[in-house]
Design a protein around this ligand. Structure first.
Ligand code: FES
Ligand SMILES: [Fe+2]
Length: 388
């Protein structure tokens, strides 16, 4: 904590949603707090590795990394990294894209091979990140040291998405994804990535504002109000929030069954028990801390809210589509109000961002019935940051 900063007691979030206060405004505006989040919340959680720009290579990242020895440079939390498929094994690993000799970047573009050679002084590494050789170091005493090898971090492909964690102490990915997988047992695994322009935007507002907004059904009746808004397209009285350790599911029945899932695509527990033929509009999954996986009858819309180092007031907003049914995907703005909801949210969050910096209303409260998921997010961030 820097000199003169308020004590961290103001950033504790109580366990009971009925009495808890939100994270204070300063945690959405301070650079120092963002740095602490990057070292705790973001280091020890699974992150979506964003797809590369379509004009670099239109293939999904997972496909670019499928071949033995394939490697691709990526950035996570502003840090230079690269993904590497094993040569002697099929393992996908994440490595720092920084040479252990003198910090030159190791991977400048996609490449492939059993070893990689640093472009500055020729240090060679294998696909498991081990130092292999370097001119001038033959016979050097006490060499190589442990830190001359590259530090391997976990990475995996899940349903064609590439996920990675900067700290091996991140919870096991299978545990994190278990409740999501359970909801998708009948969901076809044949999604096709449809790349488009405008998938990555820098938008106003701290990353937590965007994650919070995603987890907030309370605003739907106001920001996405009827007539013509999301509040019209769904039966808000059936809105359901399910909290898990690392994830949250929100789902609701569609007002018009034509906008809903074929019941055969979802587990029995989502069936309309009143026998009124209502169908689920979407499964809105959130994976802590910043990934939204929106499953619709047309496929999957992925949102990732990436913090920008030194810019707590901005978020790099990634939005990627994976399509199951192209006809229904083409109807996403009419039936699922995709563009309209996005525009309404971006506008609302820009307004909130101004309010956060005003110095007024230092902490809010949660509506106990409507804001359990928001409380879940604030509490987890508070705990993760304050534990470090
Ligand atoms: S910086 Fe890589 S070999 Fe010198
Ligand atoms: Fe919204």
């Amino acid at each position: 904590m820097s000199e003169g900063a308020p004590p961290d007691t103001d950033a504790q979030v109580a366990d009971d949603v009925a009495t808890a206060e939100t994270l204070p405004a300063r945690t959405f505006t301070e650079r120092r707090w963002l740095e602490r989040e990057l070292g705790s919340v973001f280091a020890r959680s699974w992150q979506l590795v964003p797809e590369r720009a379509a004009d670099d290579d239109p293939r999904p990242l997972a496909e670019q990394l499928a071949a033995r020895g394939a490697r691709v440079p990526v950035t996570l939390g502003g840090r230079p990294l690269y993904l590497q498929r094993g040569w002697d094994d099929d393992q996908l690993r994440l490595f720092p894209n920084t040479c252990t000799h003198a910090w030159y970047p190791l991977v400048l573009g996609p490449s492939r091979g059993p070893t990689l050679v640093c472009g500055q002084h020729g240090r060679r590494f294998d696909c498991a990140g081990r130092f292999v050789s370097q001119p001038g170091f033959q016979g050097a005493p006490a060499f190589p040291r442990d830190c001359d090898h590259l530090r391997a971090m976990p990475a995996a492909v899940w349903r064609q998405l590439v996920l990675a964690a900067l700290d091996p102490a991140a919870p096991p990915l299978a545990d994190v994804l278990a409740p999501i997988d359970a909801s998708l047992v009948h969901f076809p695994d044949t999604l096709i990535r449809v790349a488009s322009g405008g998938e990555v935007r820098d938008v106003a507002g701290n990353w937590k504002q965007h994650a919070w907004n995603f987890l907030d059904p309370f605003h739907i009746a106001f920001v996405h109000r009827a007539p013509g808004g999301l509040a019209d397209a769904v039966d808000l009285a059936t809105y359901t929030t399910e909290l898990f350790e690392h994830a949250v599911l929100q789902w609701v029945y569609a007002r018009d069954p034509a906008d809903g899932f074929d019941p055969a695509m979802l587990p029995e527990r989502f069936a309309d028990r009143q026998g009124r033929g209502r169908r689920v509009f979407a499964l809105w999954w959130f994976l802590y801390p910043n990934l939204a996986l929106n499953f619709y009858p047309w496929g999957l819309s992925v949102n990732v809210y990436q913090p920008l180092p030194d810019r707590p007031d901005m978020t790099r907003f990634g939005w990627y589509h994976w399509v199951l049914d192209p006809t229904r995907h083409a109807e996403r703005d009419r039936r699922w109000l995709s563009a309209q909801v996005d525009a309404e949210d971006v506008d609302a969050l820009a307004q909130v961002s101004r309010g956060l910096r005003s110095g007024f209303a230092p902490r809010g409260r949660f509506a106990p019935g409507d804001e359990q998921a928001a409380h879940w997010l604030h509490r987890k961030v508070s705990r993760d940051v304050l534990a470090t």
